[in-house]
Design a protein around this ligand. Structure first.
Ligand code: SAH
Ligand code: SF4
Length: 366
């Protein structure tokens, strides 16, 4: 059976054409599925009964199943979502005064093995499907709207105003599914989010960054974490394949098409590893020709990581050096750590097919 949640509006129109239906049906169906959260064909009142019957026979609208929903003391919410029998992923909602941000996963585990990341430490199982990626937004949207007492069928304020592709996985190594899911996020018949409010975070898959700027330019965050290749090779191993010189050039090319005129550089603060005054100055040299903002992320510990969070006084000194050079710098507040929902704590349940947790795979194999 075809799961219609896997289709963008364009693909849905192609599907309708293939079964002899008018392409405009795609728009109606997108509205029902995504805008109104209706998944029962019988309730789609403006779709001809004959078509509803046809769809019932060969298609379905199936969300992944929610295994657990947790709420943190600070209002952060986390959903544990089943991908299949052996695996689950996590999605996090972070409410703030002026926005509500949903952090979405793109893969079960991650093959890139950054040394400070608990998702990376779990190895890799598989890419998520479009339905599993957009399903996270659908599940969170419905649950939050119900909680707020909003009717799905009437227009109320948006609760989820921003999406960040910053959950489990490297979104650019699941390129096609992530791009289709983002097209659905941006589609006015579906979620209608602005490009500026959808952010993709990558550890720096250079060729995919170049492709993304043509296919679906959204706001870009790059996980830098180190100001030189020697250190970055060690903590973000994909750097051996796409070193900093190539990565910075790719950022500049991306900015030619990006909806925002800066890249956000994420920088995890690891005590004694990448957080000294010298590192801050080296970082300033590195980004000299790339319009950017910085997001410093205090390291969120997980068992056996071998790292500690930078001391608050060191984070402050580091931040001030960047700020004095004229940059906008935010220090990410740790949210939801009481329910393990903070950055890098998302683990879900990953059955590691690569056995990388025992045997690290070479970066060339990615
Ligand atoms: N794979 C993508 C997106 C997911 S990770 C990427 O790496 O960009 C989202 C952010 O959380 C990245 O910047 C990542 O480096 C950071 N992160 C990973 N582990 C972390 C940890 N333990 N503490 C704080 N941030 C972490
Ligand atoms: Fe993968 Fe991102 Fe974690 Fe690195 S930081 S292992 S790329 S999820």
């Amino acid at each position: 059976m075809i799961n219609l949640l896997n289709f963008s509006q364009k693909q849905l129109a192609e599907y309708f054409a293939s079964i002899g239906e008018k392409p405009f049906r795609a728009k109606q169906l997108m509205r029902w599925m995504h805008h109104f959260g209706v998944h029962d064909f019988n309730q789609m009142t403006d779709i001809a009964k004959s078509l509803r019957e046809k769809l019932q026979l060969e298609a379905q609208i199936t969300l992944p199943n929610v295994q657990l929903e947790q709420v943190s003391n600070d209002g952060t919410r986390k959903w544990l979502i089943g991908a299949d029998v052996a695996n689950s992923i996590e999605t996090v909602f972070i409410p703030e005064d002026d926005r509500g941000t949903l952090c979405i996963s793109s893969q079960i585990g991650c093959a890139l093995a950054c040394t400070f990341c608990s998702t990376g430490a779990q190895g890799f199982n598989r890419n998520l499907s479009v339905a599993e990626i957009i399903g996270q937004l659908a599940i969170a949207n419905k649950s939050l709207r119900q909680e707020a007492g909003y009717d799905m069928l009437s227009a109320n304020d948006r609760i989820i105003s921003n999406v960040v592709m910053m959950g489990m996985g490297e979104p650019l190594t699941n390129y096609d599914n992530v791009v289709t899911a983002m097209q659905i996020m941006l589609d006015d018949s579906a979620y209608g989010l602005s490009r500026r409010r959808v952010t993709l975070s990558t550890s720096g898959i250079v060729p995919a960054m170049d492709k993304l700027k043509e296919d679906c330019p959204v706001a870009l965050a790059v996980s830098l974490h180190a100001p030189n290749d020697t250190l970055r090779d060690e903590i973000v191993p994909i750097n051996k394949k796409y070193p900093l010189k190539d990565l910075m050039a790719a950022c500049n090319r991306y900015l030619e098409k990006a909806p925002r005129d800066f890249v956000t550089f994420e920088y995890v603060m690891l005590d004694g590893v990448n957080d000294t005054v010298e590192h801050a100055h080296e970082l300033l040299q590195l980004v000299k020709y790339t319009p950017c903002k910085f997001n410093l992320i205090p390291f969120n510990p997980f068992p056996n990581s071998g790292y500690a969070t930078s001391k608050p006084s060191h984070i402050k000194v580091f931040r001030d050096i960047l700020m004095q050079a004229g940059y906008v710098v935010t220090v990410r507040k740790t949210r939801g750590d009481d329910i393990d929902a903070a950055c890098g704590q998302l683990a879900g349940k990953v059955f590691d097919k690569t056995k990388r947790t025992i045997n690290r795979i070479p970066i060339e194999a990615i």
